[in-house]
Unconditional design. Structure first.
Length: 119
């Protein structure tokens, strides 16, 4: 089945995970597995773009937190989140995702921030 909620692209060699529409756990349940595969292959920097995301339900927030903790703790990696409106920024702060993941205004800024980090 084609996943319409999650699109993966590339920005300067950094994977960009774009969340689209109504973000539900069923649409992102393989996110941690995808991140694990990429991290095991040596990729430890990722961008999560929420600019095309309308809503995020609670189970999806749990999936996101699990995925971010996996990258941060298991692989000593970095995730930068971008495209947050004020409601999502509050939600991500309350849930503890921010400050584990850094925040940027857009994918270009997020990728630049990651490129400047030591691996």
């Amino acid at each position: 089945m084609d996943n319409t909620q999650l699109k993966i692209s590339d920005q300067n060699g950094i994977p960009v995970f774009s969340f689209v529409g109504n973000c539900k756990a069923e649409g992102i349940d393989h996110l941690a597995d995808q991140l694990r595969e990429m991290a095991e292959a040596g990729q430890n920097k990722f961008v999560f773009d929420f600019s095309a995301c309308k809503l995020i339900n609670s189970p999806a927030m749990g999936e996101l937190l699990d995925a971010i903790l996996l990258v941060d703790r298991d692989f000593d990696g970095h995730i930068v989140i971008c495209g947050l409106d004020s409601l999502k920024e509050t939600l991500f702060t309350i849930s503890g995702i921010i400050p584990i993941a850094q925040e940027a205004s857009d994918t270009a800024s997020a990728a630049a921030l990651l490129l400047n980090l030591e691996s």
